[in-house]
Design a protein around this ligand. Structure first.
Ligand code: ADP
Length: 896
């Protein structure tokens, strides 16, 4: 029976809703059939049986539609409409209304709607059911004569009991089915989860094995290639061998990236903070990268803050990995120019340093639209241009992930075709605050044929044992150590190693970690056990393909004396063995050639202390030299186009020149904003002196300056553009506000930007223009000129709006404008007013200033000659004022 029901429910469908619907129909079919049979025993058999027969018909049609045609949606809709709107109300009237079992069926109707519909359909049918239920109740209440009574008390009780039993059974069955379904799904989900975990484990194992398998042959390639480099006689062979070396290193880097990727994927990547020496970290990175950077004939500038603490706490290995990635990219994507590594620190709490490291290049840069996908896995941007540069698109994705695991921040500022700056910010506890002092990066760089290899020692009296199951690996190590004249014995397994060591003592043992039979760790334990009696303790170095970030520490913790990752690097092999050998066995040791070190010295740029925030604006903010110099504000120019050529505002032309030029009849001057590219160059320059740039731009709807500035800033994570909402004196006032905040010690970009966005709403900027041209229609402008009418302009929502007119002589009109604007003195903040003018005489300036002070006794009056841009756009004779309005009668206090 159970199997049959299962077959019916599941045949031809895997859709849960369809299965549920089928179950509802089957239950409804049984219940209806039983109800018809039961109804035959009641007095009112026919009246009651008609709606039930109809219901049976509807159920059969719905069953046909869903089983034959799989049109569950349609069947469910049909069932809902017919049963809820027609059959249930009919049953209600034919079975005595509230006295019989009909109300219980209504409950079933509502349940059906909740189970079968979602979203809008659910809402619709719910309202329909409520309307039908309420409607039938009201009709029955008002017209009791419409109800067909069930007969006697027995029938009423009987009908009610039957309805409760049937509905209860039906609901129970449906719930039972649902719970079973849920259980089934849960088991399935758990099974799938297990399978996924299993798959992920085998994927990780696959990656690890693959890495090991690939490392072994690369070990041979790199090792033997190194022998070719050491011994090669011709330049051509050396060149080829160098190419082999580079290609093998690339392959290795790729394997490491893939391993990291798989760790990140499976959430196994962890950060291990340990105390590390800051100087050593930078030394190693510079050592590693300088060859690569110099190979491309690029300059490498290194600028490390000499006050950085000497010991910090962090994941040194991962920090190195991040910096190597960034510097490798900088070298890869730069064809000419330089790569610069800068580091500086700032104590943010006691014993907590904010370490800021930036890697900049003068390379190809990154397009603004590509910045978003820069950190995506396997994503290589600008493929057409970068097709010749090797890469997997994993480096930056892994880097970003590592930075976020360290709770750090990685940002990029870039100008397409000009270069990029990647900035890493990490907070690191300080272990030893003693400054690292000046770092001198003058190392040798040698890539010439013949002088490739530099032997470091010779020890013919020393004897070492090399243990590896792979014959080629043994050969590689032996060849790499040939020049050192060490006596080398070989063993092919852990067991053989133990045997050999019983017979002879060694000055060092090089032990492969992964061997069939006894592996490296087991062999190490056995050696130590064997040595317990003799009191001997041979230094043992592990040779391993486990070259992950923390593997070295792991092996040292186990008890190895040294660690050497495969593929074996000849120089490192010598260096590590040298550390293990007793000094008396060293026949001689080679020192670094100091003169040679000088020869390829890296130019070190003098450290310039970068500011935290640089305030920039447009020259139209009309700030005088005094303020620009005092607050070190950077100004972006605009172009003034005249018949005699194009000039840059303030730099190449001043307002007096322009006034003289415009005095000639027919002379005109037009203003044009700097281009996006010019803004980019402006920001790039500003960022060489500051960590962040806040550019306070002229009003968004006056000219193109704001749009261009905004577009240029998209390529920089550290440039923030603010629409000042004002021009000239209003914009200038906002800039001064920002400068004052900085001066008062506020160093948060977010806080300053937030404040500026608030203050700009308080600034009131207005002007009296000598002509309405450009702001009204030509006819109106001519009419104004004829009647000596001058427009009063007001800044509102980043636009200039005409707010009135003055008339008569310009000087008198200006005074009237001042009085009109300053008449509500109790709403004006009296601390500062910024006035601009073009072409006013000294007497006029004095008179206007007096007029202003007569209306409102401002504490500070800043009066400046407007920029050339302002004079060109609005004409000679322009007068304007900007001040702050009070908030609820109070002066705004943050910027003071
Ligand atoms: P890849 O292996 O391709 O170098 P990365 O994840 O390191 O992968 O970098 C992703 C993409 O970002 C690169 O393909 C390159 O287009 C771009 N990129 C990274 N660093 C720089 C840089 N310093 N200058 C220009 N483009 C860069």
């Amino acid at each position: 029976m159970r199997e049959k029901l299962k077959k019916i429910l599941y045949s031809g469908t895997s859709d849960l809703r369809e299965q549920l619907f089928r179950l509802i129909l089957i239950v409804a079919l049984i219940v209806t059939a039983l109800a018809i049979v039961a109804g035959l025993f009641l007095q009112n058999a026919t009246a009651n049986t008609i709606p039930l027969a109809c219901l049976l018909g509807v159920i059969l049609v719905a069953l046909l539609v869903t089983f034959r045609y799989h049109k569950t949606d349609f069947a469910a809709l049909l069932f809902a409409v017919v049963v809820i709107c027609w059959i249930f109300p009919l049953m209600f009237f034919s079975s005595g209304g509230v006295e019989g079992g009909a109300p219980v069926w209504y409950v079933l109707g509502l349940l059906y709607i909740f189970m079968m519909f979602r979203g809008k359909k659910l809402v619709f049918f719910l309202w329909l059911a409520i309307a039908a239920d309420v409607g039938t109740y009201i009709i029955a209440y008002r017209n009791p004569e419409m109800l067909i009574s069930l007969g006697g008390k027995t029938e009423v009780y009987y009908d009610s009991l039957f309805a409760i039993l049937m509905v209860g059974m039906a609901v129970g069955l449906i719930m039972w089915f649902q719970i079973r379904l849920y259980e089934k799904e849960r088991v399935l989900t758990l099974q799938q989860k297990d399978e996924i975990e299993q798959m992920s484990k085998s994927k990780d194992a696959f990656f690890t094995n693959m890495s090991h398998e690939i490392r072994t042959p690369i070990n041979t390639i790199i090792g033997l290639n190194e022998m070719i480099l050491r011994e090669s006689v011709t330049d051509e062979v050396t060149e080829n061998a160098l190419h082999v070396k580079n290609a093998s290193k690339m392959l290795l880097a790729l394997i490491n990236d893939i391993l990291d990727f798989s760790q990140i994927e499976s959430d196994r990547m962890t950060i291990v903070p340990v105390p590390y020496r800051t100087k050593e970290l930078f030394d190693e990175i510079v050592d590693l990268l300088q060859i690569r950077i110099k190979e491309k004939n690029l300059d490498f500038f290194v600028d490390i803050d000499s006050t950085l603490p000497s010991v910090l706490v962090g994941d040194e290995v991962r920090i190195k990995q991040i910096l190597i990635n960034l510097l490798t990219n900088a070298a890869k994507y730069t064809q000419k120019g330089s790569v610069t590594l800068q580091a500086q620190g700032e104590m943010i709490e006691q014993n907590m340093l904010r370490l800021t490291i930036s890697v900049s290049d003068t390379g190809i840069g990154i397009k603004k639209e590509d910045l978003e996908s820069l950190y995506d896995y396997f994503k290589r941007i600008d493929r057409a241009r970068n097709r010749k540069i090797e890469g997997s698109g994993l480096g930056l994705a892994i880097t970003k992930q590592l930075v976020s695991l360290m709770d750090g921040k990685l940002t990029v500022d870039s100008i397409y075709t000009k270069g990029s700056i990647f900035t890493l910010i990490l907070e690191q506890p300080v272990e030893d605050a003693k400054p690292i002092g000046k770092m001198d990066y003058r190392r040798k760089l040698k890539q010439k044929a013949g002088s490739y290899y530099k032997q470091t020692f010779e020890a013919p009296a020393a004897r070492i044992l090399v243990v590896d199951d792979n014959e080629t690996n043994l050969m590689v190590v032996e060849k790499l150590l040939r020049a050192t004249k060490l006596r080398i014995d070989k063993a092919r397994s852990g067991e053989e190693c133990l045997e050999v060591m019983k017979k002879r003592t060694y000055h060092a043992v090089l032990l492969d970690s992964m061997m069939p039979g006894m592996n490296g760790m087991e062999t190490l334990k056995a050696i130590r056990f064997q040595e317990n009696d003799s009191g001997q303790r041979t230094p043992i170095m592990v040779l391993t393909a486990d070259a992950g970030a923390h593997d070295e520490q792991r092996y040292l913790d186990i008890g190895f004396d040294a660690y050497l990752p495969k593929p074996v690097d000849g120089a490192r092999l010598e260096a590590e063995i040298l550390k293990l050998l007793p000094t008396e066995l060293l026949e001689y040791q080679f020192q670094q050639d100091a003169a040679e070190a000088e020869e390829t010295a890296i130019r070190k740029i003098l450290r310039r202390k970068r500011k935290k925030i640089q305030i920039c604006t447009d020259c139209v903010s009309d700030l005088s030299k005094k303020y620009v110099e005092r607050y070190d504000v950077k100004m972006m120019y605009q172009y003034i186009e005249t018949d005699q050529g194009t000039f840059r505002d303030t730099l190449e032309i001043d307002t007096d020149n322009l006034a003289r030029y415009l005095a000639h009849p027919g002379h005109r001057a037009l203003v044009r904003s700097a281009s996006v590219e010019e803004y980019e160059a402006f920001y790039a320059e500003a960022l060489t002196e500051a960590e962040n740039v806040i550019h306070i731009s002229m009003a968004a709807h006056v000219g193109d300056a704001y749009q261009n500035a905004l577009q240029a800033a998209q390529g920089f994570d550290h440039v923030h553009v603010i629409d000042s909402g004002h021009i000239t004196c209003g914009e200038g006032l906002l800039v001064l506000g920002a400068c004052r905040m900085l001066e008062n010690g506020c160093h948060s970009v977010e806080e300053i930007c937030q404040e500026l966005n608030f203050i700009k709403g308080l600034i009131q900027t207005s002007f009296l223009f000598p002509s309405a041209e450009g702001y009204t229609g030509r006819g109106v402008a001519a009419f104004c000129r004829y009647l000596d009418l001058y427009p009063i302009m007001h800044m509102r929502q980043s636009s200039l709006k005409v707010s009135g007119f003055e008339f008569g002589k310009l000087e008198n009109a200006t005074k009237r404008y001042i009085r009109r604007k300053l008449r509500r003195k109790d709403q004006i903040d009296k601390r500062v007013v910024f006035i601009i003018h073009t072409g006013c005489t000294v007497e006029q300036q004095r008179a206007f200033a007096e007029e202003v002070l007569k209306c409102v006794p401002f504490e500070i009056v800043i009066m400046e000659k407007a920029s050339v841009s302002c004079a060109s756009s609005n004409g000679i004779g322009t007068f304007g004022m900007a001040y702050l309005s009070k908030i609820n009668g109070q002066e705004y206090s943050k910027t003071d």
